[in-house]
Structure formats: C-alpha cells, structure tokens
Design a protein around this ligand. Structure first.
Ligand code: NDP
Length: 438
C-alpha cells in the first residue's frame, strides 16, 4: 500500500530511517539508565556517566536488571485486571471517526469506571495490608526490563497479525519491514470483535500505569519517611488530575491522531507500554528520594497553575470535539463558531466533508494551541523537584520535542488530506503552536 509509505514519510527518507533505527535501539537502554539514575544515582546524570566511564559496557550490563518472576507476575496480574475491566465493565456505545477506508470503529466507553476501580482496588489492597505498593517500587527496574522485552515481543505479534489476520480493511504494508514494524500495519487491531488493542495499550495499560505509579511513589515516600513532602503531593495530585481528565475524556481521545491516524506498531504501542510507565512517571520517581519542602504557599501556587493548564488543555480538546459532534451547531466562547467546510476524498474514492473550526482557544489562536498548556502542565508537576538536577525535566523536554514534531506531522497530513482548504485555514490561522511566535 504505497499510500501508507507516503503518508508516513513526513520527514526526508534519511531522517525517517535514521530516527526510526536510533529510537528502536536507543529507547530501551535509555529507560534503564533513567530508572538507574533516578533510583540509584541520586538523579545525577554526571554520577551515572562517571560510573559508565569507569565500568564501560560491562558496568552497563550489570546495572540492567534481569526480568524476575516477581516482575512478570506484577505485569501479568495488572495487565489481566485491566483487560478484564476493559471487556466487562459496562459503558455506553461510542463510535469513533470514519477511517481512511470508510470504516467506523465502535467502542465501549468504560474508561472512567476502569480508572476508579483500579485506583480504589490498588489503594484498598495497601490499606488492608493485602499488597504493599512499595513492592512495585522495589522491583521497578526488573518491571521495566520485563516490559522492554515483553512489549518488543508484543510488537512482533502486531506485525505478524497485521500480515496474516488484520481486523479490518484499515491495514496494509508499506513494503518495508522496518516501517511496518515501527509505524505498524493495522489502524484498529482487535482480538475478537470487542477487545481493542490500542485502547488497551494506550489507555488501560499505559495511561493507567501513570496514575498507579504516581500513587506508588507517594506511598513509597510515606513508608520511607513517615510523611509525604508537599512537593510529592503537588506532583501526585497534578498527575492524578491529568490522568482523571484523560479518562473523563477518553472517548474524545479515540478521535485523536494516536488512535485515528497512527497505526499499531512500535512507535505507539511500545511507547505506551514502556515509555509512559518509565519516562512519563520519572519526575515522581525522582521525588521519592528527594523530598523537597516547598512550603504551603508555593506548593499551592504551583498546584493551581498546573490545574489551570490541565483545564485549558481539556477545554481546547472539548471545544474541537463539541464542534465536530454537533456539526458546528454549538457555541464557542459564547458565539457561533467560525469554520471552514473542507472536502476530501477517502482512499476508496468517496468524497466527504469535515468542518474545520477557526475560532476559540486552539483553532483560532493557533493550529495546535492545546500543546502549550500540555507542556506547561508537565512543567508544573515537575517544578516541585526544583533545579538541583536536570533529569526530572527530561519528560518536559521530550514532550516539547514530541509535540512540535507532532504539529508538523499533523499539519502535513491535513495538508495532503484537505489541500486548498487547509491552505485557506493556514491563511486564517497562521501560527502552528505559539500564537504570534511559531
Ligand atoms: P488531535 O488529534 O486532537 O487533533 C488533530 C486532528 O484534529 C487533525 O488531525 C484533524 O483531524 C483535526 N483538526 C485539525 N484542525 C482542525 C480544526 N481546525 N477543526 C477541527 N478539527 C481539526 O490532536 P492530538 O492527538 O495531537 O492531541 C490530542 C490531545 O492529546 C491534546 O490534548 C494533546 O495535548 C494530547 N497529547 C498528549 C501527548 C502526551 O504524550 N502527553 C502526546 C500527544 C497528544 P481530521 O482528519 O479529523 O480533520
């Protein structure tokens, strides 16, 4: 399917292949080094660097934890629990956006219920002395190591499934094994009719683990010091507010690029299964051993600023989705929205129309304004760590690069989808992310 290759080649071929190969080979060791530095090297990159300089490759192999039976058990029980909640909890029927080949996926919206059941179960297990979450923290390196290998095998399964048993016509090969493995082959892979693999990897395993680990870090610090520092509280509350917002809006997420455009491969699935639990959680991981005391006033200011950013980010997404859901018959900032009616042709040759919103937060201020509060929120749940070390800020830096790249990928995709209508939109809303600057 040539179209798949063309649409994926947003950057030049050299940049695409070298970035794919370097991400495939560098991400796994990075996850281990990040964990090692946060937990065993005081969060200091210099300390880890000196260790590696002294002990070389052998030293690196020694710090790479082997996946233990305990690690596999934790992952398996957690994964099976989340899969069962996804399958069996009740939820209303929700339709996703029409796919490039004209399919419309159907989901069961039970994310919020799964989120509350997960957190209540986890905290109850601790409260009633059945399972201590500090066990998870104490085996974190082994868990990440098991996730790295297990998820790689899972991505091979996705690649094979895409070839031999695709779930829908939204699947295809680019003709290149690396691209197929990295970007994936299927848009909506399922096991059976109802178990959506991307909902599991991205939402129920990945995003859910972020909240579960935030609670774990808090409990670990409490058990270490007999109290939880205000910096840890701010980080945990903001993380939980963010993840709650995510599950509140989960059926909206099923309309975004991750689900509606990016296929199930290493980039999205390995990212959600490994990168989210290890890298997204890293500011909290750092705070466990670094209980900074901010003081009530500063802690409250940071908390409020973070909540405001999460709210604005939510409201940007809500505006766009409300606008699309009502076919433009809604109010945006108290007024009828301004819009562009953009027609496009699906891969099967059908002509369809999408509405492009050109007023409000996101779509009127800049074409991807929602990324600004997303990045700022990440800054606010990291800044309680203060500035002794750079590493807690890695996630903010990574997110900024990811979202700037994503804005480019999305713009290029929309330009090829909507042609002259996208040009019209860009003339009306000239800035990509930061109004007046970029
Ligand atoms: P979305 O998928 O929500 O939005 C992009 C899509 O919206 C486009 O592909 C296009 O799809 C449609 N669109 C574009 N312009 C308009 C317009 N003017 N009016 C209506 N629809 C339009 O973006 P993202 O997936 O990037 O972001 C969703 C959320 O996820 C954000 O809050 C973001 O911050 C967050 N996010 C978080 C990440 C993290 O790692 N923390 C990573 C990525 C995102 P169509 O083809 O339907 O026209």
């Amino acid at each position: 399917m040539a179209a798949a290759t063309e649409s994926k080649m947003v950057h030049s071929a050299v940049v695409t292949y070298s970035s794919m190969l370097s991400l495939l080979s560098l991400c796994p060791p990075f996850v281990i080094l990040l964990w090692y530095t946060m937990v065993h090297a005081d969060g200091s990159v210099a300390q880890t660097w000196n260790f590696l300089k002294q002990h070389g490759l052998q030293g690196f192999i020694e710090i790479w934890p082997r996946p233990t039976a305990m690690a596999w058990k934790i992952i398996f029980i957690y994964g099976a629990f989340e899969a069962a909640l996804q399958l069996f909890l009740p939820g209303k029927r929700v339709e996703g956006p029409i796919s490039p080949t004209g399919n419309r996926p159907v989901y069961k919206a039970n994310g919020m219920a799964a989120y509350f059941v997960t957190l209540i179960t986890y905290i109850s297990l601790w409260w009633f002395g059945i399972f201590n979450p500090t066990v998870v923290y104490d085996h974190l390196g082994e868990i990440f190591s098991a996730l790295i290998f297990g998820s790689l095998i899972f991505c091979i399964f996705l690649y094979i499934k895409g070839h031999v048993a695709p779930s829908s016509t939204d699947s295809g090969s680019s003709g290149n094994i690396i691209i197929d493995f990295y970007w994936g082959m299927e848009l909506y892979p399922r096991i059976g009719k109802n178990f959506d693999i991307k909902v599991f990897t991205n939402c129920r395993f990945g995003l859910m683990s972020w909240a579960v680990l935030a609670v774990t870090f808090c409990i670990k610090q409490y058990e270490l010091n007999g109290k939880v520092a205000d910096s840890m509280l701010v980080n945990t509350i903001l993380t939980l507010v963010y993840v709650t917002k995510f599950f509140w809006w989960e059926d909206g997420y099923w309309n975004t690029m991750d689900i509606a455009h990016d296929r199930a491969g290493f980039y999205i699935c390995w990212g959600c299964l490994v990168w989210v639990p290890s890298v997204y959680t890293s500011p909290g991981m750092y705070l466990v051993n670094h209980p900074v005391n901010l003081g009530t006033q500063l802690a409250l200011y940071i908390l409020l600023a973070g909540i405001l950013c999460i709210y604005i980010n939510y409201d940007c997404d809500r505006q766009r989705q409300e606008f699309r859901r009502t076919n433009g018959k809604c109010r945006v900032w108290g007024k009828a929205p301004s819009k562009i009616e953009a027609t496009y042709t699906t891969t099967s040759g059908e002509t369809k129309t999408s509405l492009l919103l050109t007023s409000g937060w996101w779509w009127g201020l800049s074409r991807h304004f929602h990324y600004v509060p997303e990045i700022l929120a990440a800054f606010f749940w990291t800044v309680p760590a203060l500035f002794n070390h750079f590493l807690p800020y890695f996630y903010v830096v990574f997110l900024t690069i990811l979202l700037f790249d994503r804005a480019k990928r999305d713009d290029d995709r929309c330009r090829s989808k909507y042609g002259k209508f996208w040009k019209l939109y860009c003339n009306k809303v000239p800035y990509k992310i930061i109004p007046g600057i970029y």
